[in-house]
Design a protein around this ligand. Structure first.
Ligand SMILES: [Zn+2]
Ligand SMILES: [Zn+2]
Length: 284
């Protein structure tokens, strides 16, 4: 169980009132990356032929692998301490998440812990109740200001996690341009199209899964069943469950709430690759 510290993280007051192109200090590169991803998709008519089923399957597979890295390693294990992963599975999961454009382990964890600590308040880094849908979906990424890792990452501030920051840019360059080695069509579908899809799928958690009534006792988080396939059944769409008990390694609680992220952790536990796997006291 991770004790979430109280903020204040940022001196930027009501940043959602600024124009969308305004960038928080240090976040111009994030804005540039997101603009490049969107603009590069406009190149489609010039560079791509009809993709083969194998190519599309590979693109979705890479997206799913990146999502698994984010939900199992970044989210459940690192941000919430809901499990301890052996390095042999943690390393490839972090790599998959970073190649999917999820950022570094420490920046992801800091922003996410801040989100939980102050959900639905002016301090919440991505609250749609404050900034609206597009704020929660995308704009906060470059306009909210990053939550400081030294305040929110605690015991994770170790070389084992800090060194990933140095790999961020090289990994994104490889992820974006790498498929060019195969063909322009492969580049388009495995590079920008896959990264753009991965970006928007991840963003639905902050936007669509937080469109509930922020003033209600349970807060704005919602379980959104129709989002399940868009998250490759990895469980993040059961977001209200998660806010109810963030330290539970299992996010899908009911039998029909499929949670491949949990199945993955359960499998890891069976082989000794995940330890200290946390379950809610109310769980069966
Ligand atoms: Zn949330
Ligand atoms: Zn969380």
């Amino acid at each position: 169980m991770v004790n979430l510290p109280r903020p204040r993280h940022s001196a930027i007051a009501e940043p959602w009132k600024k124009p969308f192109w305004w960038c928080a200090p240090g976040d111009r590169s994030t804005f540039a990356w997101i603009v490049i991803l969107h603009l590069s998709v406009l190149l489609a008519p010039f560079v791509t032929e009809r993709p083969s089923p194998a190519l599309l399957l590979t693109a979705f597979g890479l997206c799913a692998l990146g999502g698994l890295g984010t939900t199992v390693a970044f989210h459940r294990a690192l941000a919430h301490g809901a499990a301890r992963l052996h390095w042999s599975v943690e390393t490839p999961l972090i790599l998959a998440a970073m190649l999917n454009g999820s950022g570094t382990p420490l920046t992801w964890v800091a922003n996410h812990r801040l989100h939980h600590a102050v959900s639905d308040t002016d301090e919440d880094i991505s609250a749609p109740s404050r900034g609206g849908f597009w704020w929660a979906h995308l704009r906060w990424l470059w306009q909210a200001g990053q939550a400081p890792t030294e305040r929110y990452c605690g015991t994770l501030l170790r070389p084992r996690y800090q060194f990933w920051a140095r790999l961020q840019e090289p990994l994104l360059v490889i992820s974006f341009f790498g498929p060019l080695l195969i063909s322009p069509t492969a580049w388009f579908w495995l590079g920008p199209a896959r990264l753009l899809l991965g970006l928007h799928l991840q963003c639905t958690i902050n936007s669509i899964s937080h469109l509930g009534d922020a003033a209600s006792a349970g807060g704005s988080s919602k379980n959104v069943a129709w989002l399940a396939p868009f998250h490759f059944l990895q469980g993040e769409n059961w977001h209200k469950n998660h806010h109810d008990d963030p330290s539970d390694a299992r996010i899908g609680r009911k039998p029909w709430e499929i949670d491949v992220g949990w199945w993955t952790l359960a499998l890891f536990r069976k082989f000794g690759l995940a330890t200290a796997v946390q379950r809610s006291r109310s769980a069966n």
